[in-house]
Design a protein. Structure first.
Length: 429
């Protein structure tokens, strides 16, 4: 899906492509669900996407920008849950139409965003030849996928993982790229985010790497060590910590970890992760707009619960939900595919009275498979392309994320007429 092939085809063509995968939908889901579960998370996402014009947005300097990376995460979330597929197709069409605004800027081409678009297109059943061509053009002799930009290279392990997954999904497995990723494993068993500097395992980068190496095949020893590293960061309540973000477990890291645990043959740890995510899902005691959403962590859940009827979902809840819900299906990005129920059921609070912390096991319908992953913006006085971190977001409040992103980019302009580049597809900062 190059910018010439897909993003300039116009909304009509993109919508037709996006809806093509809906021709074999199952029967529509029931109008209501009796308890918070994967289907009500889908209802939350579908409603929020629709209310935002079929996409999510991020604000910077008082201006709102379309957040293509987070929108992709929302689409993949609906796909893995097999629900809300009408809205998933509309959001997919929006991303397709504007894809060039996501992975390019002037003559620049960014690896992580291109890899994420490739995985997204494959999951949606959209054309991928353009994205494959773009991605291959960024591969170095070492197997690393690097940005081609006048403003520096911000490629990282999460983007590399998405590239390995995307190539495998396209039927063109890249062993050289997988081997380069495998070399980023640290002595603690985790994978680092950056390709330079000291080697310290990052929980989220490790979860993405597990998915990528499993997709590539032939890396069982590395996968086992990586899964053990993630397990070392799982707490008694099932939540998984990303130390670079905060000391407390968060829903994003836990959702990703559940998939890694399933891949690594640790279903008991995956079940604990799922239970933690369930404990953070809003039920009937929350305002209708929040029902089905998954809070970032226990502090956020408590804060929103305390607000009562005044509580409203925001950017943080969007970012948390799109990645945390992976714990319900435990599907890797290699397998997520569009399909399922056209709509997603809202939570029924008239026939049952579940609490905000459900104790039952959520159920969801999935047909087959999220950093995104994190999107945020920052400002700078220097010139350069509008750049934004990418993927599911886990770390702290958005303001802290904005400044962290600005510091990492070292002065590249993060705000401007459109936000184009995702530094960490799937990152938490």
């Amino acid at each position: 899906m190059t910018s010439s092939l897909l993003t300039r085809a116009g909304l009509t063509g993109a919508l037709a492509l996006g809806c093509a995968g809906l021709t074999a939908l199952t029967l529509a889901a029931p109008a209501h669900a009796v308890a918070p579960d994967g289907s009500t998370a889908a209802h939350f996402l579908a409603t929020q996407l629709a209310s935002g014009g079929d996409h999510f947005s991020v604000s910077s300097g008082g201006t709102s920008y379309a957040d293509y990376g987070l929108t992709i995460d929302g689409v993949l979330g609906l796909d893995t849950l097999g629900s809300g597929q009408t809205e998933a197709a509309r959001a997919a069409s929006y991303v397709t139409k504007n894809a060039a605004s996501y992975n390019t800027y002037d003559k620049d081409l960014y690896a992580a965003a291109t890899a994420k678009l490739l995985v997204f297109a494959e999951a949606q059943g959209l054309p991928t030849a353009g994205y494959l061509t773009q991605l291959k053009s960024l591969e170095q002799p070492s197997g690393q996928f690097k940005d081609r930009s006048a403003y520096g290279d911000y490629s990282n392990a999460i983007g590399q993982s998405l590239a390995v997954i995307g190539m495998a999904r396209a039927g063109q497995p890249d062993s050289k790229a997988a081997d380069f990723l495998a070399k980023q494993q640290c002595s603690d068993g985790g994978f680092r985010i950056s390709f330079s500097g000291s080697c310290t395992g990052d929980t989220d980068a490790t979860s993405f790497a597990v998915q990528a190496l499993a997709a590539a095949g032939g890396h069982q020893t590395a996968i086992a060590k990586a899964v053990n590293f993630i397990a070392s960061e799982q707490r008694a309540n099932g939540g998984v910590v990303e130390p670079a973000a905060q000391a407390a477990p968060n829903a994003n890291s836990t959702g990703l970890a559940a998939v890694a645990f399933a891949i690594g043959g640790k279903p008991e740890l995956a079940a604990k992760a799922k239970g933690f995510v369930q404990s953070l899902q809003f039920g009937c005691s929350a305002p209708a707009a929040l029902q089905g959403a998954i809070a970032y962590d226990q502090a956020t859940f408590a804060s929103l619960t305390a607000q009562g009827a005044k509580a409203v979902p925001g950017d943080k809840e969007h970012r948390s939900t799109v990645q945390a819900l992976l714990a319900f299906t435990q599907q890797p990005y290699l397998k997520i595919r569009a399909g399922g129920s056209a709509t997603a059921p809202a939570l029924s609070c008239t026939t049952s009275s579940p609490t905000s912390k459900p104790t039952g096991s959520p159920t969801s319908t999935s047909t087959s498979t999220a950093t995104s992953t994190a999107t945020s913006t920052g400002t700078s006085t220097t010139t350069g392309p509008p750049i934004i971190t990418d993927g599911p977001q886990s770390g702290g409040d958005n303001e802290r994320i904005l400044f962290a992103g600005a510091a990492v980019l070292g002065g590249a302009a993060l705000a401007g007429a459109g936000l184009h580049r995702r530094l960490r597809a799937g990152s938490k900062r």
